[in-house]
Design a protein around this ligand. Structure first.
Ligand code: FES
Length: 192
């Protein structure tokens, strides 16, 4: 039965033939599931694409965030253009730490002032997307690992970001992206 299925489809990897057949069976199952998955996707895709906003609409969409409720040392997660967004209110100690590190040797040098809005250096707005391969870093939720520099930590390959979201250790090439945003009131920002 299994050999019939295999001959009807693509040839399994040679490595599978050298073993006891378990890997060969696994491969057949994977191939069958893959085929079913393609069929399912073909049916679902038209419905999904009709519901999704057009690229133009998405590109111009904005997200409003009430930052007034964020306590010092707390971060919140929001969504901006379908991607995770982190908004953090730094404590006075974190602001001082970030400023003290402004002159440190960094891969992607940026000061805290360059990454925040004038007069609101305690509000850090960044995308929650690791600049290495796009995972969502930890550190925005209470109790999560903030990494060696007290900001965000991406466990996928070990990228450590500091309290200003600047890359300090690990493979990520650049700081967490700061999107365009502005304050629309004392306690509200509009991202986008
Ligand atoms: S995706 Fe974050 S370290 Fe690789």
């Amino acid at each position: 039965m299994a050999s019939t299925g295999a001959s009807a489809g693509a040839t399994p990897p040679e490595a599978a033939d050298s073993e006891d057949g378990v890997r060969r069976r696994d491969w057949i199952h994977v191939a069958a599931l893959g085929t079913a998955g393609v069929g399912g996707a073909a049916v679902l895709l038209p419905a999904i694409s009709q519901m999704a906003p057009s690229k133009d609409v998405l590109a111009e969409s904005t997200t409003d965030v009430d930052v007034g409720a964020i306590q010092p040392g707390q971060s919140i997660k929001a969504v901006f253009r379908k991607q995770p967004l982190f908004v953090k209110r730094l404590t006075p100690e974190e602001v001082a730490e970030a400023k003290a590190d402004d002159a440190a040797n960094m891969r992607d040098p940026q000061t805290l002032a360059e990454r925040t809005s004038e007069g609101n250096e305690d509000i850090l707005v960044t995308m929650g997307v690791c600049t290495h391969l796009g995972c969502v870093p930890l550190g925005a939720a209470e109790g999560e690992n903030k990494g060696e520099f007290g900001g965000y930590f991406c466990p996928c390959h070990g990228s450590h970001y500091d309290v200003a979201g600047r890359i300090r250790k690990g493979p990520a090439p650049t700081n967490l992206e700061v999107p365009e945003y502005s304050f629309t009131s004392e306690s509200t920002i509009r991202v986008g």
